[in-house]
Design a protein around this ligand. Structure first.
Ligand code: CTP
Ligand code: MG
Length: 166
């Protein structure tokens, strides 16, 4: 899951500048995505996810981790893009609910990246998904993700990268 987990913290670290929605509003006169979703965060975040995935592919060829899924260029790309597209789609619906940037939205805030990553895998590489990710692994991901999410956001808040600890 590293290629899906890394893009969010990297976007928080490196994001900023032009918002993806270019400051535009939706028909409800609220922002399409908001200032928390920027082009730089999206692009640098995805690149970081793909890069860590390439390191995984290299490492699994050099050492042997028999129990781990064998990543491919496609799988790591889908995991990385899916994580931040999931985050972006989440923000679209968050704005429609009238929640401001950075507002808390339990469950959605924690699972957006998992939903995005797995949906892209399901559509564009189902053979990889079903051959590499067991049900047990998927359940582990569902348990670990909100815990990691919370921990990383608290750290981000303490080091002043994030404005809120969620
Ligand atoms: N970020 C970014 N571009 C992205 C995603 C995130 O620049 N595509 C940066 C922003 O600085 C954002 C921070 O990462 O504030 C934390 O991301 P997140 O918690 O997802 O955004 P929020 O500010 O909470 O906005 P939202 O309410 O829309 O989730
Ligand atoms: Mg947030």
């Amino acid at each position: 899951m590293l290629p899906a987990y890394l893009p969010n913290p990297v976007a928080a670290l490196c994001g900023g500048g032009t918002p993806i929605d270019l400051g535009k509003n939706y028909s409800d006169n609220r922002r399409l995505f908001g200032d928390g979703k920027t082009w730089r965060g999206l692009i640098v975040g995805i690149l970081a996810g793909v890069l860590i995935g390439l390191v995984q592919i290299w490492a699994s060829g050099t050492f042997s981790f028999g129990m781990l899924p064998q990543q491919t260029l496609l799988s790591v790309t889908l995991l990385a893009i899916g994580a931040l597209v999931g985050d972006l789609v989440k923000s679209f619906f968050k704005r429609r609910l009238g929640k401001e940037r950075g507002a808390k939205w339990p469950v959605a805030d924690q699972y957006d990246l998992v939903a995005g990553a797995f949906l892209l895998l399901l559509v564009f590489d189902p053979a990889w998904l079903f051959s590499q990710v067991t049900l047990a692994a998927f359940i582990c991901i569902l348990i670990i993700t909100p815990i990691l999410h919370r921990a990383v956001n608290i750290i981000g808040f303490l080091v002043k990268v994030k404005e809120v600890p969620w």
